[in-house]
Design a protein around this ligand. Structure first.
Ligand SMILES: *[C@@H]1O[C@H](CO)[C@@H](O)[C@H](O)[C@H]1NC(C)=O
Ligand SMILES: *[C@@H]1O[C@H](CO)[C@@H](O)[C@H](O)[C@H]1NC(C)=O
Ligand SMILES: *[C@@H]1O[C@H](CO)[C@@H](O)[C@H](O)[C@H]1NC(C)=O
Length: 406
């Protein structure tokens, strides 16, 4: 995890001095590149059988100062600190968002981000093209969290905490949204994890309007507090849970090369009549219909073409998919593959290897400089799912880190 790399950067410096130095522990102590680690707990959230819990925690613990983020790993644990397996606590998603808040402002408990006062909070989105609300996060994954590499390699890092960029009277803060579903004793696991409206007995959206025609499942049907149908007579205790997250970073310095965070969505569609800055309509979720034929077998293929205003070098890439996902690929304008990321399904019982769940996604770490996106290049993101059965509320996101210089 980036450790030898710090040595490697140092090594380059020493090579200039015509010295030959191996990647040894001593170099890790080199002040400039010393990786720091923080392990934090989210506030507590309480689950009970069938409960969907989507909590918004504001001003959460996060490293302070002008730094470059190197990795963000997380998992759900219980009161005793044990890892909660996905077949008990399904981690639908967690996201970490960055914002400036007026000093002294206290975020009201459990309000949605869009409900916070606009004069007190300024959201800092990633560089992706979806600008219509969701997908503004810096980090975020779901059930695949435990086995997905997130480290930013080499002398690259995600720059945050630059005090000079903060408006007068404001300070930088972080928000954490954790959406977990307690599937102990439920009648139909996939129905609960895919947020099927009939399983949650939901027929209206949060504003009380009937659901759109054909809407059978997705986030609208498993909001915070919704209950998925249990097997008759099942009774289980309430349990406390936390998201434990580990952040690694280095202090900011001229030797760190910043990377931009892009999140591309296979449902991104252009709306040319929308105002500038909102032309990319990203639905975030979509449904996979049950369909098989002789040519393609049972394969659902969703894709979007997305133009990158500025390009650069891909340093890291990973896709995010839900159960049924078969992998996702990001192509350049000429069809070349920029990154391909595939789900890893669990095979056992233990936390980190739960059968039937996506426990990890493969990642791309191209040799820096080898995968270039041109300014104005149109990329294609393709998301594949198996379609032997229908799936509701699935996702096809691609997360890339792009360095504008090497
Ligand atoms: C489902 O919701 C309806 C109202 O929308 C309610 O009348 C009914 O009792 C609910 N059923 C269950 C099993 O909770
Ligand atoms: C496109 O944008 C216009 C203007 O904001 C809006 O009224 C319309 O509903 C949008 N169309 C779609 C399909 O989202
Ligand atoms: C087979 O299915 C795919 C996607 O499900 C579709 O695009 C294609 O047109 C179908 N082919 C035939 C011959 O029906």
């Amino acid at each position: 995890m980036g450790r030898c790399f710090q040595g490697w950067v140092f090594l380059l410096a020493v090579l200039v001095l015509a010295l030959s130095t191996p990647c040894s522990h001593a170099h890790l102590k080199h002040k400039k590149f010393k990786t720091k680690t923080g392990v934090y707990l989210s506030p507590k959230f309480v689950l009970e059988p069938g409960l969907s819990s989507s909590k918004y925690f504001y001003n959460v613990h996060f490293p302070k100062g002008h730094i470059a983020l190197k990795s963000f790993n997380a998992e759900i644990i219980d009161e005793e600190g044990n890892s909660s397996p996905l077949h008990e606590v399904y981690l639908h998603h967690w996201v970490v968002e960055r914002y400036y808040a007026r000093k002294g402002y206290v975020e009201p408990d459990q309000q949605l981000p869009q409900q916070l006062s606009e004069s007190d909070v300024i959201w800092l989105r990633n560089s992706g093209m979806c600008q219509n609300g969701a997908l503004g996060q810096y980090f975020g994954l779901g059930s695949e969290t435990r086995k997905t590499a997130t480290h930013v390699p080499g002398h690259y890092g995600i720059e945050v905490g630059d005090g000079k960029a903060v408006p007068e009277g404001f300070e930088e803060r972080w928000m954490l949204n954790v959406h977990a579903i307690d599937t102990r004793g439920v009648e139909y696991d996939l129905g609960c994890t895919e947020c099927r409206c009939d399983m949650y007995n939901v027929s209206r959206d949060p504003s009380g309007q009937p659901l759109p025609a054909g809407y059978t499942g997705g986030l609208t049907c498993c909001p915070d507090g919704a209950k998925c149908r249990l097997k008759q007579g099942f009774d289980g205790e309430k349990k406390n849970h936390y998201l434990r997250y580990t952040v690694k970073w280095v202090d900011w310095s001229e030797s760190v090369v910043p990377v931009k965070v892009y999140i591309l969505d296979a449902t991104d569609r252009m709306n040319h009549s929308a105002p500038a800055g909102a032309k990319h309509n990203c639905l975030v979720e979509y449904d996979v219909e049950k369909s098989c034929n002789a040519t393609n077998g049972c394969l659902d293929n969703k894709w979007a073409k997305i133009t990158m205003p500025t390009g650069g070098y891909v340093i890291y890439g990973v896709a995010h998919q839900h159960i049924g996902g078969l992998g996702s690929t990001l192509h350049g304008e000429d069809g070349r593959v920029l990154c391909s990321s595939t789900p890893i399904y669990g095979k056992g019982k233990k936390a980190g290897n739960e059968a039937g769940y996506i426990i990890g996604m493969t990642t791309c770490y191209p040799r820096p400089g080898s995968v270039k996106i041109k300014d104005g290049e149109t990329l294609t993101v393709v998301s594949n799912y198996e379609s032997t059965q229908m799936h509701s509320g699935v996702m096809g996101l691609f997360y890339i880190l792009v360095a504008e210089t090497l």
